[in-house]
Design a protein. Sequence first.
Length: 438
Amino acid sequence: MKKLLCSIAAASLILCGCSKSEASKVSSVKEVVKEDYGVWLMKPEKDYTAVSELNPKGQGLLQIDTQKFGHLDIAYEMEMDEYPSTMADYTSNAVIVERNNRQGMINMSGKQLLPVDLDVMNSSRMAGISYGWKKTESGYEGVFAITSQIRGKAYILSKDCKSTEEISLNEYSSVPPTQDYAAPYLALQNGVFGVVAMTKTDSGATSGWDFEQLDPSVIHTAVVIDTVDEFCNTLHRVIYDPSSDSVSDLSSIGVYSDGSFVNGYYQVTDSEGLVSVIDAASQQAIAQQYQRAGIPQEGYIPLRKYGKWGYMSLDGKEVTDFIFEDARAVNNGYAYVKYDGKWGILKFEKTLKSGQQINISSVSSACIDQKMGEVEVIIDGLTIREGHSSDSTFIGNACYGSVYPYYETVSDGGYTWYRVSENAWLADSEGQWLKNNG
């Protein structure tokens, strides 16, 4: 870089004695000199404490007049589709970033939309920028906001995520504004869609639970609701799609994770705390027993195993090494990941479509050593270590089918070790874990 800067400086001095045509040639050459970051759109260089999606968790609010209960404000969980933020008509090309207990917004190219100066510490429940409800003349609308109990204010994020509007906390609710006495919720009773709520006597006292049938057209997307018996006792949870009047039982392999029904997939957690991702249409698991799972989007989902994050395609194939300290959903073809302590942006879609792999070799600094050959991983989750020893620092896991260049081989501890980057090694045991392609 220093040599490049010196060359540019020298060129600018020489231009003083050049003709206009000569100057034009030098200028055009300088413009095309750009650094190639390989799989990175932005190298890991941002020291954000956290990066998170703009995610309303699929909250819906139905305001309706009923025969048995009068007017009801019914909160329910609906499926999120496309980008989560579009449920509230916000721009999808944005993520929340945090540094020094302050939050702001950047887009998927790393450009700042909102300065990182919103004070998280003053926020209700210390949630920072989160989904809530702004009071309007006709009722409520879903918004993203940050609140300050000390100031008694809510700062509503504009739809383009570039500014905020200050309103009183009296005009904002961090939870869906519902009538507490009725505690209404959507349900199915003997296959019939409707609402369960508390009834009242003529004196105004509550007198128990009852069910009233509703027209399914009052909701416009698939919802997660309870089924109830004739006495309104809860039986189990299901996904109900009003467009087809179809009902899908939530998977029995684990407990449904609230707020995880996104783009046709949902998550369940088993007794050991491990997460599986289920295709709601087929009821088949595409990913089983991972430590964590992110948002499925644009054909991919971030997952964590053995303490590291990577990505799986929604057909169930791991497509990256599990080497990241954190990872966010793929958005507009890009993905924010934390690598080596800093946040960067992967050119996710472009890289995979070009046939390149996102692995320890491609995300690390280019290795200047002479390539000796290539090895292919032929088992799931092969460990990557910092040195050629089983005691060396764990870096992550290589995914099945990945092909890596290697620059050095060492026999150590009964294994053949291949150095696939400057400081990353894969072990093989007599051809059982790696295939040497020469």
